[in-house]
Design a protein around this ligand. Sequence first.
Ligand code: SF4
Ligand code: SF4
Ligand code: SF4
Length: 194
Amino acid sequence: MLAECINDLLPQTQCTKCGYAGCAPYAQAIAEGLAPINRCPPGGEKGITALATLLKTEVLPLDETCGRHMPLQVAVIDEQYCIGCTLCIQACPVDAIVGASKLMHTVLAHACTGCDLCVAPCPVDCIEMVNVSPARTWTREDAQTSRQRFEARNERLTRPAQEPQRQESAKEIGNAVAQALAKARARRSAAATP
Ligand code: SF4
Ligand code: SF4
Ligand code: SF4
């Protein structure tokens, strides 16, 4: 199937920078002629060329409204500020963050795709994206591993037995965030008192 062949050429970081919910929906949109081939910043020029070859179409420059092609990055959590809210775990499409509610979290560097989806949800801004050192490029094997992790995560999340646990953790996250915000408000008000 064409969409599957297109998906095989995408980097599988599931970063959503193309404007779709992941690599597979973007592949589907390309296959249906609903999206151009130049919306994937992680794939960059190389990826666009591969898609153009497959589809026998012209090579387009990367649409930088989706983002720039960057060196491979990895997320790093400054654990001294982490409040253990688990929001980053929920945002990570490939289960590359480990931790438990109210405990510090850490990134499994070997599994991180550099998608940066964990950065925005962190209520205390303690996640930073840094260039992988030594620098290296994202390989087809990386993409395959990432896809497997993404599919395993989706499978885990759709298991019915997980539902009560998810509801419970959502409650815990809400409480942890509320506590963090209350602490932040208390700090601000103490700082404002002469
Ligand atoms: S890796 Fe490319 S195709 Fe996949 S979600 Fe990110 S931008 Fe979209
Ligand atoms: S740890 Fe952050 S940057 Fe790395 S894969 Fe997960 S969400 Fe993306
Ligand atoms: S989102 Fe930020 S504060 Fe919450 S668990 Fe992740 S790193 Fe810690």
